[in-house]
Design a protein. Structure first.
Length: 77
């Protein structure tokens, strides 16, 4: 029951880089707990997890892409 203007103003105060780092840490932690599975299944599970936490789809996609590029093994997070 918070008005849209208040939500919009609050969201504008969040630093984009900090927001992405927070999501990346959450995904990395969740990814460690996943049993070995196909990359596609991992990405779907991590996407659903992040969506359930309120992150936007375009931010999730960027974080997952960044994670997959920074991993020692490109197929697993």
């Amino acid at each position: 029951q918070i008005d849209a203007l208040t939500i919009s103003q609050a969201l504008q105060t969040i630093e984009e880089e900090e927001y992405l780092e927070k999501l990346t840490r959450l995904l990395r932690g969740k990814g460690r707990g996943l049993k070995t599975m196909l990359v596609k299944d991992q990405m779907e599970k991590l996407t659903r997890f992040a969506l359930s936490r309120g992150f936007e789809p375009h931010v999730i996609t960027k974080a997952l892409r960044d994670l997959s590029l920074s991993c020692d093994h490109p197929y697993l997070i």
